[in-house]
Design a binder for this molecule. Structure first.
Ligand code: PLP
Ligand code: COI
Length: 341
């Protein structure tokens, strides 16, 4: 199969339309068989539940070309089950997990010409999502839904690739106790837009959100979980019921413990402790691990000893091991890679 003629080394994190997308409709209490289609546009009623009350959930995952030329995805079973959790919280019907994986496989296969080549630094981003589509005007869940998967080739999420970034402590909150912070719902991202535009306008790359109840504990950023490295080389990640359970973070904690022999801790992390860490990174499907060089809190600055030039040594090892597993030159734990072709 011939690859598309794209400038793979230089694509950013944006939308590039690919050839096929998967669609399945939920009506009269059941999902139809689903199919791949060509049209990237969606026509819906002006009163559709998603347009009026933001009833939409999504997932983010990637397809990689391995060193030996296969196309694989990474732990799609975890995205499938997280989407079940998201759907339930927003009173949406569950899209069956095995069908989710099949839809992802079909969509990636149909767009194989867009899966960036091995070594290009780019990947194929996969976006499964689901939304209420019939007219809803009283505040209640929709009766009809659409599940879709599209793909788009992407490069690094942060400009500058893997150079350390500067983040600020946000004055805005991302998620309330007992709210929806732990699911992947569009509404969480809508409410972060003003905060990220403000952060960018002030010269920062991202926001660090604190817990909204006490504003003393580190939560996550708008699109990634935190990993910290202590001065004695332990990996620490915030535990919170109001952050998204990142699949990348869970995988990195496993890699740290079982591949690198490091001690790992998932626990509450107080903002006051941040100054004592040696390294900091943001982890997620889009972010992979993006190193953080500096955290700014209203003029107070925390500069990690790893500096602003390159990743710290431990974050680098985690990055190399995880991407090595994803690209097939380090053996993956059983079941982590799903070979598509
Ligand atoms: N946190 C938020 C708010 C996210 O949007 C994402 C991205 O999916 C993550 C964390 C990272 O999760 P994952 O590693 O599963 O992509
Ligand atoms: C992902 O990492 O897949 C996400 O959904 C995060 C988003 C900020 C692009």
């Amino acid at each position: 199969m011939e690859k598309k003629n794209l400038d793979w080394e230089n694509i950013g994190f944006g939308y590039i339309q690919t050839d096929k997308r998967y669609v399945s409709n939920f009506k009269d209490g059941k999902w139809d068989d689903g199919a791949l289609i060509d049209d990237p546009n969606i026509v819906m009623n002006e009163c559709a539940g998603v347009l009026q009350y933001a009833q939409t959930v999504f997932e983010g995952m990637k397809a990689y070309t391995t060193e030996d030329g296969h196309i694989v995805t990474f732990r799609p079973d975890l995205n499938a089950s997280r989407m079940v959790d998201s759907a339930k919280r927003l009173e949406m019907p569950v899209f069956p997990e095995e069908r989710f994986i099949d839809a992802v496989v079909q969509t990636v296969k149909a767009n194989a010409a867009y899966v960036p080549p091995y070594g290009s630094g780019a990947t194929l981003y996969i976006r499964p999502y689901m939304f209420g589509i019939n007219p809803v005007i009283g505040v209640k869940p929709a009766d009809e839904y659409q599940f879709r998967v599209f793909t788009t080739p992407v490069g690094p999420y942060f400009k500058g690739g893997v150079k350390p970034i500067t983040i600020c402590v946000s004055d805005f909150d991302r998620a309330a106790p007992h709210g929806t912070g732990h699911i992947k719902a569009g509404l969480n991202y809508a409410m972060s837009l003003h905060a990220i535009v403000t952060a960018h306008a002030n010269g920062f790359d991202e926001n660090m959100y604190l817990d909204s109840a006490t504003r003393t504990k580190v939560e996550e950023t708008g699109g990634a979980n935190f990993l910290f490295v202590t001065k004695d080389n332990k990996i620490v990640t915030p535990h919170s019921s109001t952050i998204l359970p990142s699949i990348t973070r869970r995988s990195l904690m496993y890699v740290a413990e079982h591949y690198l022999g490091l001690e790992v801790e998932e626990r509450e992390v107080y903002f006051d402790e941040v100054k004592d860490f040696a390294e900091c990174g943001l982890c997620g499907t889009a972010a992979v691990i993006s190193p953080v060089g500096k955290v700014v809190n209203h003029g107070g600055e925390i500069c990690f000893p790893s500096g602003m030039e390159k990743m710290g040594p431990t974050i680098q090892k985690l990055y190399d091991t995880l991407t090595g597993i994803q690209m097939g030159h380090i053996e993956a734990p059983e079941g982590w890679l799903r070979v598509i072709e």
